[in-house]
Ligand binder design. Structure first.
Ligand SMILES: Cc1cc2nc3c(=O)[nH]c(=O)nc-3n(C[C@H](O)[C@H](O)[C@H](O)COP(=O)(O)OP(=O)(O)OC[C@H]3O[C@@H](n4cnc5c(N)ncnc54)[C@H](O)[C@@H]3O)c2cc1C
Length: 476
């Protein structure tokens, strides 16, 4: 190893990517602050390579100088995974210039794209090729596919199409030793040993830098039906989900649950139309999609919901009669996070549970929190069809938010202990980053933690890639 000053490192970086693409002035602070403004890092620089060869050259320089790397996509991650530490020594590798769609193969239903492509751009490109790329989330206008792959992002269509992990055929990765793994194969069957791409998906940049991917495309649905259904309890929502799955099969593309308080907060902070004149305890937003044109899917949804109302599973229902009305119904769901932020601080939990146990989990955990933290409000919503809840706990109305936030660790303990009792996971779709690193250590089985450390040591013995994220210290 050769010791180099920061000045020398910057000079070498400029020869690799060009002067304009090495940022070391005060503007690095924007890159080094996470979306929720919870973490504030200080990097040696932000470097923006244009292609895979430049990423590999940057990595080799980092190995030579033992400079650690923090990869960054759109910086919309919610766990501080793309934020450097405050040491002033970490290098941020921002992938935004690697934004080419290399190829679309409509017959193979696949597209080969670079890691810095913004998700919404990929959705549009697929649409133009008369195909669907189904990953859909509220950050799609900013997040990049490299970030989506590295966090194994979920979103609102997982029920039908799976997580990001399920949407990938191949990857290209620059490894922590500076070599390039070209795994850009567009194969649906490839039983030639370990499926290496899955090591990097969800690794949050700790095992290498993803530079490109082959993504799956799907037939483009041309008919959609959307409804909001009023329900009594989360258990009733589970019965409705089962009812819809048995009648509609994989035409069911979204099943989102949200409670009365979510709707109250949306109406308090935003001008979004109310679906019903009365308030109900729970709501489900449902979407069916079909590749068959015509109104078949609407008729199906109406008849299935009619049966649900007759049998008493549902209390009320509104089916959108136009695309505009469907968008309005979605707005209810999509504004919940922002409405919650406008209401004040809350303690968030992105958790997964076996779908069948969600009703019991909510009942028991709500009661536990109400007993231990007087007046707290449970703002529970999420992708019920995937067993994924955003189980957020808001401060008591009229109470001092700072006093409540000071009890974050206690609230987390109560919620995460309950998640574990119910056989769930403390991170469903947002990942671990630095935010949940210590919680992971507490709740993941020691044998699993050691397996992950073994993989990390094998691929990245120098600890170059995103240290302090996911695993923390390797000897802990
Ligand atoms: C309004 C809003 C709504 C959201 N909704 C959802 C949702 O419904 N479902 C969901 O799953 N998430 C959601 N998220 C979280 C976030 O959008 C996702 O985690 C997204 O996948 C992050 O992508 P990004 O490009 O912004 O990654 P970043 O935030 O830049 O990085 C995330 C992690 O990936 C690593 N990384 C980034 N690019 C690469 C690369 N090329 N190679 C290796 N490592 C890399 C980073 O080091 C970091 O650890 C939401 C966020 C916001 C702000």
């Amino acid at each position: 190893m050769r010791r180099m000053s920061n000045g020398e490192i910057l000079a070498r970086l400029r020869t690799i990517v060009g002067d304009a693409h090495v940022i070391s002035d005060a503007t690095t602070a924007t890159y080094a602050t996470d979306w929720r403004k919870r973490y504030f890092g200080r990097p040696v620089a932000v470097v923006k390579p244009a292609n895979t060869a430049e990423v590999a050259a940057v990595l080799k320089l980092c190995i030579e100088t033992r400079t650690t790397i923090v990869p960054q996509g759109g910086n919309t991650g919610l766990c501080g995974g793309a934020t450097p530490d405050p040491s002033g020594r970490q290098l941020m590798v921002n992938l935004s210039r690697m934004n080419r769609i290399r190829a679309i193969d409509a017959v193979n239903n696949a597209m080969t794209v670079e890691a810095g492509c913004v998700l919404a751009t990929l959705q549009q490109a697929a649409d133009q090729a008369k195909r669907l790329f189904p990953l859909r989330l509220a950050a799609e206008g900013s997040c990049q596919i490299g970030g989506n792959l590295s966090t194994n992002a979920g979103g609102v269509q997982v029920l039908r199409y799976g997580n990001t992990r399920d949407l990938v055929l191949g990857l290209e990765v620059v490894l922590p030793n500076g070599s390039v793994w070209d795994g850009l194969r567009g194969l649906r069957k490839d039983n030639t040993g370990y499926d290496l791409k899955h090591l990097f998906i969800g690794a949050e940049g700790t095992l290498g830098i993803i530079t490109a991917a082959v993504l799956k495309l799907f037939p483009k649905p041309c008919a959609q039906a959307t409804a909001v259904v009023a329900l009594d309890t989360p258990r009733a929502a589970l019965r409705l989900l089962e009812h819809l799955q048995s009648r509609c099969g994989d035409r069911l593309t979204a099943f989102e649950l949200f409670s009365a308080i979510c709707v109250e907060l949306v109406h308090k902070h935003f001008d979004v139309a109310a679906p019903f004149s009365t308030a109900y305890p729970q709501y489900a937003l449902i979407e069916l999609s079909d590749t068959q044109p015509g109104g078949g899917v609407n008729t199906l949804l109406e008849s299935v919901l009619e049966a649900a109302l007759e049998s008493g599973i549902a209390l009320d229902a509104v089916v959108a009669t136009s695309g505009t009305q469907a968008k309005q119904l979605w707005q209810l769901r999509e504004h919940i996070s922002e409405a919650q932020a406008a209401e004040g601080p809350n303690i968030k939990h992105d958790i997964a549970l076996p779908i069948s146990r969600i009703g019991d989990f909510i009942e028991r955990t709500d009661a536990k929190l109400a007993g231990a933290f007087k007046g707290v409000r449970m703002v529970t919503f999420g992708h019920l069809g995937d067993g994924n809840l955003h189980y957020n706990v808001a401060h008591p109305e009229g109470g001092d938010p700072a006093v409540f936030i000071a009890r974050t660790a206690e609230v987390n303990r109560a919620v995460h202990d309950s998640v574990t009792e119910f056989g769930g996971s403390i991170s469903a779709e947002h990942g671990i980053g630095q935010y949940k690193r210590d919680e992971l250590l507490r709740y993941k089985a020691p044998v699993e933690m050691e397996l992950m450390r073994t993989v990390k040591r094998a691929l990245d013995p120098l600890g170059i890639m995103n240290p302090g994220k996911v695993l923390g210290k390797l000897d802990s």
